[in-house]
Design a protein around this ligand. Structure first.
Ligand SMILES: [Zn+2]
Length: 444
């Protein structure tokens, strides 16, 4: 090649080690040996190493005629990277498909496969999805750390007072607790963390799970499976479990009507509990969704609804480089913060583009990016929680209307703060910025 070769990002980090998801160790070993011969092995290992080093949870590869465009998702935000040339991109994808036991030659059909990764003693699971599109092929690699990073609700950013209220609701008996978050916003993590706050050591917890969608293990929660080759429907499984009179029935997704009806009887007559998880944008929306899904059970559901926990993830400002500023009185008023409550709010420090990085004489003066966040201004994410505990007025309103605005107003009049007010508290605490809230709450 005549041109001097530039160093690519994938060459700058420690490459990942691959662990094919194959039970037979010999077979896995021979797959590794054969893929290692290919030109894409080092590229795939390096690129994924770079992605993990950058804390990316998703890598999007768009193959077109000329190039392989690359994007990372870091803390829920997409970032563009320099593209790879087609040859390099193709070689990388060929290797990844081989390791995921997909057909590398097929660039059109939808294919999904899995692969284990290891770097610096940490293990990750990779899910690769590829699909031919009009312009070429689109490939999404999802990277998940095997270790769930948070254990306790305060670690996720929940206020102490809210932790106490949630614990009460999780442990009081005779109620329903609903856990919601928007799709892709860490709902499973919140569910597991909330369950960890429940008193599982003196009470009996039974979880009803689809055999093809088993849940991560939680200590002292007994998983029970239906569907698949269990020869049990959800209802039959629920009947069987209820004979043992468990204290809590857990549904990782909305149960079918007859199962929910049976479970509700258990709540009403025996002071037992139901925990349910569902995807929703807010606590009120989750609540309205559940009630409208079961018209014949609406009254019973509303009567026993104890609490709805909802959650949004926002990026956490980098403590090393965030910038303080004095909010104007108007701003504080808009945010509903009493004057004198806060001195400074914070915003991210984003370095200007390289051509503007000059000294007072106009000479280039490059700014070294923050070594913690790499110049992103944010590092990691925190959860903003809303805990709705419906009072009598809201319960009455729920049986009359599903209008989210009306229901929200009633909730406010009962003193429920709502998730946006909770999010503003996170800004006041210097954990995140107003711009970040705008970004998170604008997306639908
Ligand atoms: Zn920083």
């Amino acid at each position: 090649m005549a041109q001097q070769e530039e160093i690519q990002l994938w060459q700058t980090v420690e490459p990942v080690e691959f662990t094919p998801r194959i039970d037979d160790a010999m077979e896995a070993q021979s797959l590794l040996i054969s893929t290692r011969q290919g030109p894409g092995y080092a590229i795939a290992g390096g690129q994924l190493g770079h992605a993990i080093f950058s804390r990316a949870t998703h890598v999007l590869m768009d193959f077109s005629q000329q190039a392989c465009a690359l994007r990372y998702q870091v803390d829920g935000n997409w970032e563009q990277l320099p593209p790879l040339d087609r040859e390099t991109g193709d070689a990388m994808l060929y290797t990844l498909k081989q390791l995921c036991q997909l057909n590398p030659a097929d660039r059109r059909s939808a294919q999904t496969g899995k692969l284990g990764l290891k770097v610096a003693k940490e293990k990750y699971g990779l899910t690769l999805q590829s699909q031919g599109v009009q312009t070429g092929e689109r490939v999404l690699a999802r990277i998940e750390a095997e270790k769930v990073p948070f254990e306790k609700l305060p670690d996720l950013g929940m206020r102490d007072k809210m932790v106490a209220t949630l614990k009460d609701k999780l442990n009081e008996g005779g109620n329903i607790v609903l856990v919601t978050a928007p799709k892709g916003d860490g709902l499973t993590t919140t569910w597991i963390t909330a369950m960890n706050a429940a008193d599982r050591f003196i009470r009996d917890f039974q979880s009803l799970e689809r055999q093809d969608l088993p849940e991560p293990e939680i200590i002292n929660v007994n998983p029970n499976f239906f569907g698949g080759d269990t020869e049990l429907t959800q209802f039959e499984l629920a009947k069987k479990i209820l004979l043992k009179e468990p204290d809590v029935l857990m549904f990782p997704e909305l149960p079918d009507n007859e199962t929910f009806e049976l479970a509700l009887e258990h709540v009403g007559k025996h002071q037992k509990q139901i925990y349910i998880r569902c995807v929703a944008d807010s606590a009120i929306e989750g609540l309205a969704q559940v009630i409208s899904q079961y018209p014949s059970l609406a009254k019973e559901i509303v009567k026993h609804m104890g609490a709805i926990l909802s959650q949004r993830l926002v990026r956490r400002l980098c403590d090393n480089c965030k910038l303080g500023y004095e909010p104007t009185p108007q701003m504080l008023k808009q945010l509903g913060i009493p004057a004198g409550r806060v001195g400074l709010l914070y915003q991210p420090f984003i370095p200007p583009p390289p051509e503007q990085q000059v000294d007072e004489n106009g000479r280039p003066a490059p700014i070294t990016p923050c070594h913690i966040c790499g110049g992103r201004g944010y590092f990691g994410r925190i959860a903003v929680f809303d805990l709705l505990t419906p009072g009598d007025q809201l319960k009455a309103a729920l049986l009359k209307t599903r209008d989210i605005n009306q229901l929200t107003q009633v909730a406010r009049s009962e003193g429920q703060r709502g998730i946006q007010a909770e999010a503003i508290l996170a800004v006041v605490r210097g954990l995140t910025s107003l711009d970040e809230l705008k970004r998170v709450f604008a997306k639908k």
